[in-house]
Design a protein around this ligand. Structure first.
Ligand SMILES: Nc1ncnc2c1ncn2[C@@H]1O[C@H](COP(=O)(O)OP(=O)(O)OP(=O)(O)O)[C@@H](O)[C@H]1O
Ligand SMILES: [Mg+2]
Length: 483
């Protein structure tokens, strides 16, 4: 036999390999550069009914990813890299498959060749299949756990309150939940901005998708950009070599809470504005943009218009965020909700601490209603928690709360003291003790109708002691009828 020229050898080799593969494989297909199926082998036709086709004519010409669930042929074409051995699972079964890119003389990818090497690999490849199944189960359960963690913890109804101000907040929250627009939550610290953001997400069409929060104030400025937009593989050496998704990507399909937006550095503000406008992010070190579908909820306790005025917050970003603002009222403006809040918070505290539930006496509620609550509901929660932990008493009175609120003792015993008296709050301890004594003596005398012996008994002191203290107690007292 004459020696064949090399290029002819190569041609024949390719032809023979193709013939061998396509005749021994359980099925094979050719796909073009545009992912369209251009040819399938006779044997491949056995899979068509399970894929929902009754003829090869209907199947050929379709984009492969549209008709073969979980295929990676499109990836092979786009990357030019073969996937020599893989398991493919879909409604037609589980198969051992191989996928090779096809190139023209210039080396450009012109399509891909795919083969089903074995169907029912369950029988012939039991060990591998068992491992595959186990990994698949582990992956499914990890995904479920992740979804459960990301499931909203609250609903809009978790925002407790039936005052006009609270009802209005909830009405606005329900309304914005129906839209995809950016929401801006404004309110002092501890007014429930984060709680409401969870509620809005849960009431929106995105409830089944992730809710992701970033606290801008808590992330070092130099890391914020990577945290937001992610890092492309190879952008850095070391730990970040593999690349990392940003929060926008993590929230894709769902909601992203940008907490403490007022703490965002100016340089990043313009990038954020672009992302909000384009719905596209560009990971660090990448020159490709990724489309994202994220609803943004921004929150801050800072005065954004003032920040715009002094140049620390971009006006254009402010207007972009301020489409649907919701103002959360401070607790002191909705004291009507105090009792309901106390009830819910006390229940939650007892559930989390395992301690018995403690109820509040009327005098305790009176005292709480006179406090200014600069830390709002978070402060209320802390105060309740401390009072609960500090005593074994089943119910909490004003005396339990007074030291926690920095209220002088006299305000505790006195039947509602005028609010103005409270602003004089601090005084030297001996004076405070003397005032408290005097008030107790006056109260005891009032209760006993002026009977000094009975009053001394009530107070647990000797009559002589009472007489001794009497001038002080009755001296300089405000007009107290009947005293
Ligand atoms: N209306 C409410 N009903 C019940 N609990 C609330 C309400 N508002 C706030 N809380 C509780 O108060 C605490 C503080 O709320 P949250 O963290 O949402 O406040 P914030 O406005 O985000 O505060 P900051 O500005 O300091 O971040 C949380 O424990 C939250 O569950
Ligand atoms: Mg917050």
């Amino acid at each position: 036999m004459n020696k064949l020229p090399e290029d002819q050898m190569l041609k024949l080799a390719a032809q023979s390999m193709f013939d061998v593969f396509s005749s021994t494989a359980m099925g094979s297909m050719l796909v073009d550069r545009q992912h369209r199926i251009v040819w399938i082998s006779e044997s491949y036709k056995q899979f068509l009914p399970a894929l929902g086709f009754d003829s090869a004519e209907a199947f050929v010409g379709k984009r492969v990813e549209e008709v073969v669930p979980n295929t990676l042929m499109n990836e092979v074409i786009d990357t030019g890299k073969p996937i020599l051995v893989d398991l493919l699972s879909n409604q037609a079964g589980t198969f051992l498959v191989s996928r090779l890119p096809l190139r023209n003389a210039a080396g450009e990818v012109i399509g891909a060749f795919g083969m089903v090497l074995l169907d029912q690999p369950e029988t012939t490849m039991q060990p591998l299949m068992t491992k595959f199944a186990r990994l698949q189960r582990e992956l499914d359960s990890a995904r479920q756990q992740l979804a459960a963690q990301r499931r909203p913890k609250y609903s809009i109804a978790s925002f407790i309150g039936s005052s006009a101000a609270a009802v209005e907040v909830k009405r606005q929250a329900r309304r914005v939940a129906q839209t995809d627009s950016t929401v801006l939550l404004l309110g002092e610290t501890g007014t429930g901005k984060e709680l409401l953001a969870h509620g809005i997400h849960a009431a929106s069409g995105r409830a089944g998708k992730p809710f992701v929060g970033v606290n801008i104030a808590a992330v070092p400025e130099s890391l914020l950009e990577a945290e937001f937009f992610g890092v492309a593989p190879g952008a850095y050496t070391g730990a970040e070599r593999k690349g990392r998704d940003g929060k926008f990507k993590a929230a894709n399909g769902g909601t992203l809470l940008l907490d403490e937006i007022g703490d965002m550095p100016l340089a990043l503000q313009s990038k954020l504005l672009r992302v909000l406008q384009e719905q596209e992010v560009e990971p660090l070190g990448s020159n490709q943009v990724q489309r994202i579908d994220v609803r943004v909820i921004a929150a801050t306790s800072r005065d954004l218009p003032a920040m715009v005025a002094d140049g620390t917050f971009r006006a254009d970003l402010y207007y972009r965020l301020n489409v649907l603002p919701i103002r959360l009222p401070p607790l002191r403006e909705r004291l009507a909700d105090l009792e309901a809040l106390v009830e819910t918070l006390a229940e939650d505290i007892s559930r989390r601490s395992g301690l018995p539930h403690k109820s509040l006496n009327a005098d305790a509620l009176d005292l709480l209603a006179r406090h200014d609550w600069p830390g709002n509901i978070r402060e209320l929660r802390n105060v309740l928690e401390q009072a609960t932990l500090m005593t074994d008493d089943p119910s909490l009175g004003a005396a339990h709360f007074a030291p926690l609120l920095g209220v002088p003792a006299r305000a505790v015993v006195a039947p509602p003291a005028p609010a103005a008296a409270d602003s004089a709050a601090w005084m030297p301890l001996p004076q405070a003790v003397a005032e408290l004594e005097a008030r107790c003596i006056r109260l005891a005398l009032q209760r006993t109708g002026g009977n000094k012996l009975a009053a001394a008994r009530l107070l647990g002191i000797a009559r002589a002691t009472l007489y001794q203290k009497l001038p002080l107690a009755t001296h300089n007292e405000p007009s107290h009828p009947g005293d």
